[in-house]
Design a protein around this ligand. Structure first.
Ligand code: SAM
Length: 498
């Protein structure tokens, strides 16, 4: 088939159009051969497809979901892979160097592939690395068209429109934007009425003011900014009206929610006030949140677990180290003893509380005896699970310039020992659940074995069972029959009222 010259005013970067306005043969041939009929150009031209790949934490996942939902609302379709998408966006993470390198390598490969096969595809970086590196990303990878920082996710659709219609060639926007904390609102809730999600994440704030010496987040996400209680509640209400049963409130440090904007009332922090308001939503069954800061566990929050039945008894408490000396160097603002006191208070209110954590191995100056204190803390708390990170020096953070950086081979060796211990302790915690009853919220087919279904206990442990679609979204009592590696197996059929 020959290239035909079409002139379509205002359109340039569409997949079937070359930059000079002629039709792209391979793309057109495949359109004709797969469709079997000549689809009209106008119908196709309104529906570019987008593929978003996300690196990093749940906040990043949530940002990507909101961007995808905003694009779908504008008529985009979601591509199943980058190989067939008209727009490919990488939503990036900067917390560790490895996450940055992964995204850079991915974009390098994409750029080479697209330059060769599909030069009209729009390529973009979003999120944390886009924020910290800005235009430098285009200097390094000139095929990239779009670089959007962490306060600009909601502008993705407009900027893509400008690029796709040829009004702009490249866009870099990493400016601060007042009110941007309230722009991550749209949800996809994948699937139809029968198969859509029964759990959802709601972003309640952006940014971080803690300035832990290892952490890049205050520089990539900006200062803490919180949404209003009524804004968060109306988003949660809407989700519940669409079938959501469990909501996880999200922020870099959720326990700092509304500190400046809302403040204390009747001895309750703004975060506890928010929990109460969300708790009052009829039809909502469960509330979780992540991540808090251990410092934020005041008595008002601890007491809320005893008072608010929808608040699930699970706490993700990032401890980072078991050594007071290292905690001080990290600028964490608590001691080992204070951390243990928080866990004890929580377990006094809810003995069955599931406790997970984040730990960094090999922070500058960490000695073998500091590390031994981390290992002993893991045993003492008996965490359900822990995310164990190898320390990664980050640009402009104080820790990157500290003396006594720990050699990589020492970090690797300690990391291996820590993982072994976390697995051993977690295994024992899970083993002790066997024979007990637990309430689960059924989320859908098991991620490990699609033949079965899975749900989570209130303590946030996954339970796999012989279920089917009619169980989705139901709160089910199960008896735990077996424990695997960070997974429980349960049987709803043998749970009978006494
Ligand atoms: N709310 C958390 C807290 O209290 O610190 C912060 C969440 S942070 C985005 C996720 C985790 O990444 C941190 O808890 C920490 O364990 C890890 N992390 C952050 N900076 C790191 C670094 N430079 N190297 C290795 N791990 C890091």
């Amino acid at each position: 088939m020959k290239s035909a010259v079409f002139s379509v005013p205002g359109l340039r970067r569409l997949p079937w159009l070359r930059k000079d306005g002629t039709l792209h043969e391979s793309r057109l041939t495949s359109l004709f051969s797969t469709a079997g009929v000549c689809l009209t150009f106008t119908a196709l031209s309104t529906m570019p497809s987008v593929y978003i790949k996300t690196y990093g934490c749940q906040m990043n996942e949530r940002d990507s979901e909101a961007v995808a939902a905003q694009l779908v609302a504008k008529g985009y379709t979601l591509a199943v892979s980058d190989r067939v998408a008209d727009v490919v966006l990488l939503n990036t993470c900067s917390v560790r160097d490895m996450a940055e390198q992964k995204a850079l390598n991915k974009m390098e490969n994409l750029a080479a592939e697209m330059r060769r096969d599909r030069p009209e595809v729009v390529l973009g970086f979003l999120g944390c690395m886009a924020q910290s590196r800005g235009r430098g990303l285009i200097d390094r990878l000139p095929d990239v068209d779009l670089v959007l920082g962490t306060q600009k996710f909601h502008r993705t659709a407009d900027y893509l429109d400008e690029i796709l219609t040829g009004r702009r060639d490249k866009v870099v926007d990493v400016e601060e934007e007042k009110g941007s904390e309230a722009t991550i609102k749209e949800h996809l809730l994948n699937g139809n009425a029968q198969t859509k999600s029964v759990t959802a994440f709601v972003s309640i704030m952006q940014g971080c003011n803690q300035y832990c010496t290892f952490c890049i987040v205050p520089y990539t996400r900006g200062m803490e900014r919180s949404r209003t209680i009524s804004d968060v509640v109306s988003e949660c209400r809407e989700l519940v009206s669409r079938g959501v049963k469990e909501i996880t409130l999200l922020g870099q440090i959720v326990t700092s929610y509304g500190k400046r904007e809302i403040g204390m009332k009747d001895g309750k922090s703004a975060f506890v006030q928010l929990l109460e308001a969300v708790h009052a939503i009829e039809g909502l069954e469960r509330i979780r949140f992540t991540s808090p800061h251990p410092k934020g566990y005041g008595d008002d929050l601890v007491e809320a677990y005893g008072r608010l039945p929808k608040l699930c008894e699970s706490a993700h408490l990032p401890v980072q180290s078991g050594s007071d000396r290292v905690l001080k160097l990290m600028h964490r603002g608590y001691t080992r003893e204070r951390f243990l006191g928080i866990v004890e208070k929580l377990r006094r209110v809810k003995p069955e509380m599931g406790v997970t954590t984040d730990i960094i191995v090999g922070f500058p100056g960490e000695t073998e005896s500091d590390f031994a204190e981390t290992l002993s803390l893991v045993r003492e708390v008996a965490f359900d699970n822990a995310y164990c990170f190898k320390y990664s020096p980050r640009k402009d953070t104080p820790a990157a310039a500290m003396p006594d950086q720990v050699p990589q081979e020492v970090i690797e060796e300690r990391h291996g020992r820590l993982l072994d211990l976390v697995n051993e302790v977690g295994k024992e915690k899970y083993r002790r659940c066997v024979g007990q009853r637990a309430q689960i919220l059924v989320e859908g087919p098991s991620r490990k074995n699609g033949e079965r279904f899975e749900g989570r206990t209130r303590a946030n442990r996954i339970v796999v069972f012989e279920g089917n679609e009619r169980h989705r979204g139901r709160l089910l009592d199960v008896k735990i029959t077996r424990a695997g590696s960070f997974t429980l197996y349960g049987d709803p059929a043998i749970v009978n009222p006494d």
